[in-house]
Design a binder for this molecule. Structure first.
Ligand SMILES: Cc1cc2nc3c(=O)[nH]c(=O)nc-3n(C[C@H](O)[C@H](O)[C@H](O)COP(=O)(O)O)c2cc1C
Length: 187
């Protein structure tokens, strides 16, 4: 698939099953992430790749987080938590490791990580894989952050769920460029 076709037609695929991306597909995804624009080449990001036991461990962290929030072991949120990471055979957790830099503000480093996630989404589509970018309050919960070994200056930018789409690709929504792009100054 050529680059423009992938860019124009990518859609999120939330219903995913195994198998996980092959080693060759993973390599292609990782290389796509590493081509993110990166002011001053700080490489202010790192990625955790979870399958199998990793997904189970993430489910345990999500459960601890939900229990801490609700205080009720029978709350629907707590009961559902272990199954959340099982919605895909692989999750890549994208982490921004932004540091204080005289020329590159934190937001630029976070955005570089976000673009890496975007690159992986498009690469996944080009490879015939399904993918969806998720965050939610679990991404910002100190218990989840700590359990995954994040340092104080790091942020979870994405839980990128990856696998085989259970449904055929949806048509991408058609947006009108002129609703978003204007010449400036207007003539
Ligand atoms: C930073 C970020 C966080 C997101 N978090 C979630 C999420 O937690 N749950 C969810 O269903 N969609 C989430 N989304 C949206 C989906 O990934 C997806 O982009 C959206 O449903 C639109 O679908 P499309 O990508 O096919 O246009 C998030 C998107 C971004 C950019």
């Amino acid at each position: 698939m050529d680059a423009l076709t992938a860019l124009h037609n990518r859609v999120s695929m939330p219903r995913l099953i195994g198998p996980a991306p092959t080693p060759e597909q993973q390599e292609a995804l990782f290389q796509a992430a590493l081509r993110t624009p990166d002011h001053a080449r700080l490489r202010p990001w790192r990625f955790l790749v979870l399958e199998g036991q990793g997904l189970e461990r993430l489910g345990e962290l999500f459960t601890v987080s939900a229990l801490n929030r609700t205080g009720d072991p029978n709350a629907a949120e707590v009961l559902r938590a272990p199954s959340l990471p099982q919605r895909a055979p692989m999750i890549i957790i994208a982490i921004s490791s932004a540091r204080v830099h005289p020329k590159v503000p934190e937001i630029e480093q976070d955005m570089s990580c976000a673009v890496a996630v975007g690159n992986m989404l498009v690469a996944a589509h080009a490879l015939g894989l399904g993918a969806v970018w998720r965050t939610g309050e679990l991404a910002y919960d100190p218990l989840v952050r700590e359990g995954l070994g994040l340092q104080a200056h790091e942020k979870i930018i994405a839980f990128l769920y990856l696998g085989q789409s259970m449904t055929p690709d949806r048509a991408a929504p058609e947006l009108e460029p002129r609703d978003f792009f204007r010449r400036w100054p207007e003539s």
